[in-house]
Unconditional design. Structure first.
Length: 757
């Protein structure tokens, strides 16, 4: 199945990028800028819905944000373990093994070192028995346990260096969180009065150190008093950082400016608030954020167009996606968006009502009308969604307004196929305008519940959009024909005029070929309508299919007036060259007179690769050994249904002309026989004709040819009067055969020679 391929995808991306630039916000017209105190020369209104920042409200909220940020207090529950570690480090020397000093000096025992360490470090006096107990491992562990039991309740609650100062600092701070330094967990509290004062807590433990300490319990409390430190404090740095972050994280406060809202009126003195609004509106149309907006629009258009095109390639057989067709569609697409953008530029300078009218007067239907006239309905359907999406983005319309655009576009695609004359465009534009206006009215009624006077402007704009689309289409169609080589039905109707130089020459210099072409045109028009082919193209191409015979008109039997046949003096090979040359001559004439590629192709293909049987058999009868290829037309075979119709009609018309008594059964048999012969030769292999189409073609040919060759009654002949002397006359009948069909019914086998049959 066909696909876009890498180059196709890149080309599609380029087209969507240009469309995004045209339709996106990056080139929207900015508002007129006035400074505070200036007099506004023109009224300025919002071009679309905007969210503008409220500087005063933003500053106020950012000033309030730090007050709402929590104040952080740190609690160190691991202080008990840290105190025990400090105790162990202080007594570590006392527990070193006893050694003899130099000179035999007596060294202190472990109990003595323990007593000395407690005395030197904390001024604690302990009894000898307690010192000996502490020298033992069990005694050491016991004293550590007792110190820990005395410290933990205080540390878990929190010990502040100065509780009164802490309470004063925390008053009025609002939210308070206590952060556990060990786990990092935070807990919100209302106040910090639960914390203990360091001096008070130490005093509670200090009573145990009076006199000589004799028990482990008293020693444990005494050491706890010495080791106790504050573990609850205000973290000023963290609190300040959080308040700053709260202020910085507070986003700006916005207020909405509706599309069409008047920012400043003409003649007013611009206030400071108005000047700020204008500046912010201008910034929104030029800021770096527009890059993201345009990139998003590009991605949206690319995705929509790619999916629609991929669907058409895979599922809709008649979707036209040749490079020329895609280039034309891209040009048409961008041209309509450009025209719409120019309208938006003008609308930005108008009063609100006029701007609203112009916003809805989008000529998007022109794209559908032109695409249908130049291409086909299947291609129009495939590209409908991308066209409408880009147009809606360009106009900044709400999604609900897709309905009138779709209705007008699809109707334009339908009616565009019937446009033959310029007046048809105005009829089409009027109908599209009515449908679009009605669709807009329905949407407004559904959205607001009523149709007010203000709704008149968008409804009128939608109606004018239909008219403008048709007028724009009428302008684009001739350009499409000239630049891309398309042949529309309008152009075909112009070519069908007998005033065309080629048809005049054919009528004057090859009247037989002209008459034959007109009959073929009548045949193919009816058959094309029967099978759904382009009837106008088939008819007009039939008029021109034998224009190449103008170069040597006398060598074709239909242009000979009963004299000698020039082919009698020529060899079969030369005769075949003359016959086949009319195809090449016809192609050159078609190009010279710019008949269009489709007609040129049909002229080239209308004989396919058929054999000129008459001259081939004549050559064989003369004993010449000549390849059969020298007696065949160069081709190619018909590539379109219209070319195939002309091939069939060309042969059938010549064959029926030779019938001695052209009755309906004989005509029907001849038509079927000639169509079957061409089908069997494989001449129809490369065109899109089905067997059921051939049956329809045969019926149409038979019906038309039967009507052309109808029999007439043999009218009575006028009575001849021999005048006598007395003034009377005798009546005599003319000889039989001077009326009716007589000689016209005689067989003419020479009629087939012009085709070489």
């Amino acid at each position: 199945k066909p696909t876009l391929g890498l180059y196709g995808i890149l080309a599609l991306a380029a087209v969507c990028a240009v469309a995004a630039v045209l339709a996106g916000p990056g080139i929207k017209v900015g508002p007129l800028l006035y400074q505070e105190g200036e007099i506004a020369e023109k009224s300025v209104r919002a071009q679309q819905d905007f969210l503008l920042t409220d500087d005063e409200a933003t500053q106020r909220i950012r000033a309030e944000a730090p007050l709402k940020a929590p104040t952080v207090f740190d609690l160190n529950p691991a202080a008990a373990e840290q105190s025990l570690q400090a105790l162990a480090e202080s007594l570590s020397v006392a527990y070193e093994p006893e050694v003899k000093g130099q000179g035999g000096a007596e060294q202190l025992t472990v109990p003595q070192k323990i007593s000395k360490a407690l005395k030197d470090r904390w001024s604690l006096s302990i009894s000898g028995d307690l010192a000996r107990d502490l020298a033992k491992e069990e005694g050491k562990k016991e004293i550590y346990r007792l110190v820990g039991e005395n410290l933990r309740p205080y540390y878990e609650r929190g010990v502040a260096a100065n509780r009164d100062l802490l309470l004063r600092e925390s008053a009025g701070l609002g939210a308070i969180v206590v952060r556990d330094l060990s786990s990092g967990a935070e807990k919100a509290v209302a106040e910090v009065s639960f914390a203990l004062d360091f001096e008070t807590a130490r005093a509670e433990l200090y009573g145990a150190r009076q006199g000589v300490v004799t028990s482990p319990e008293r020693l444990g409390r005494a050491l706890a008093a010495e080791l106790l430190t504050p573990n609850f404090s205000l973290n000023r740095e963290e609190s300040a950082a959080r308040k700053k972050a709260a202020s910085e994280s507070t986003g700006p406060v916005y207020y909405q400016v509706r599309k069409g809202e008047t920012i400043v009126r003409e003649g007013d003195i611009v206030t400071g608030a108005q000047a700020k609004k204008l500046a912010q509106m201008a910034q929104k149309t030029t800021s770096g954020s527009l890059l993201l907006a345009n990139a998003s629009l590009f991605a949206s258009l690319f995705l929509i167009t790619f999916l629609c095109l991929h669907f058409g390639l895979r599922n809709i057989k008649k979707t036209r996606t040749s490079p020329k067709d895609l280039l034309f569609l891209a040009t048409l697409f961008l041209s309509v968006i450009l025209v719409q953008r120019m309208g938006m530029y003008v609308g930005a300078r108008l009063e609100p009502d006029s701007a609203e009218l112009l916003r809805f007067a989008m000529p998007v239907s022109a794209a559908f009308i032109v695409a249908r006239m130049v291409l086909n309905s299947e291609t129009v359907i495939v590209f409908a969604i991308p066209f409408i999406a880009a147009s809606s983005f360009c106009a900044g319309l709400e999604s609900g307004f897709f309905l009138p655009l779709i209705a007008g576009g699809v109707l334009g695609g339908h009616l565009g196929g019937s446009a033959r004359k310029r007046i048809d465009f105005f009829k089409i534009g009027f109908l599209i305008g009515v449908v679009q206006g009605f669709a807009v009215a329905l949407f407004i009624a559904q959205k607001s519940g009523a149709l007010t006077v203000a709704a008149t402007w968008p409804i009128a704009g939608a109606f004018l959009g239909g008219i403008m689309g048709a007028v724009l289409a009428m302008t684009i169609v001739p350009l499409a024909e000239a630049l891309f080589g398309y042949t529309t039905d309008m152009r075909l109707m112009e070519l069908a005029s007998l005033d065309h130089p080629l048809l005049k020459d054919l009528m004057l210099h090859a009247p037989g070929s002209y008459h034959h072409s007109v009959v073929v045109g009548t045949l193919v028009k009816g058959a094309a309508e029967a099978i759904g082919a382009r009837a106008v193209l088939a008819m007009v191409a039939a008029y021109y299919h034998d224009i190449g015979k103008l170069a040597k008109a006398a060598y074709f039997i239909e242009n000979q007036s009963g004299g000698k046949n020039p082919h009698d003096k020529l060899s079969p090979t030369m005769s075949s060259l003359i016959l086949s040359s009319h195809v090449k001559e016809g192609v050159e004439m078609a190009k010279k007179h710019r008949l269009g590629q489709e007609i040129t192709d049909i002229i080239e293909q209308h004989h396919g690769t058929r054999r000129m049987a008459y001259f081939y058999e004549k050559a064989k009868a003369s004993g010449e050994e000549i390849p059969e290829t020298e007696f065949t037309y160069p081709g190619p075979k018909p590539q379109s249904r219209e070319a195939a119709l002309i091939m069939l009609a060309d042969v059938v018309e010549a064959a029926v002309r030779t019938l001695p008594n052209a009755t309906q059964p004989r005509i029907q048999g001849t038509v079927q026989n000639m169509i079957n012969r061409i089908f069997a030769e494989g001449q129809l292999d490369e065109c899109d004709l089905a067997l059921k189409d051939l049956h329809k073609i045969a019926r149409s040919f038979t019906h038309i040819l039967t009507a052309m060759h109808h029999h007439r009654i043999d009218y009575p002949q006028p009575v001849s009067k021999d005048r006598r002397d007395d003034g009377d006359s005798d009546t005599k009948r003319q000889p039989e055969g001077h009326g009716g069909r007589g000689e016209a019914n005689q067989e003419s086998p020479e009629s087939l020679k012009r085709l070489g049959l």
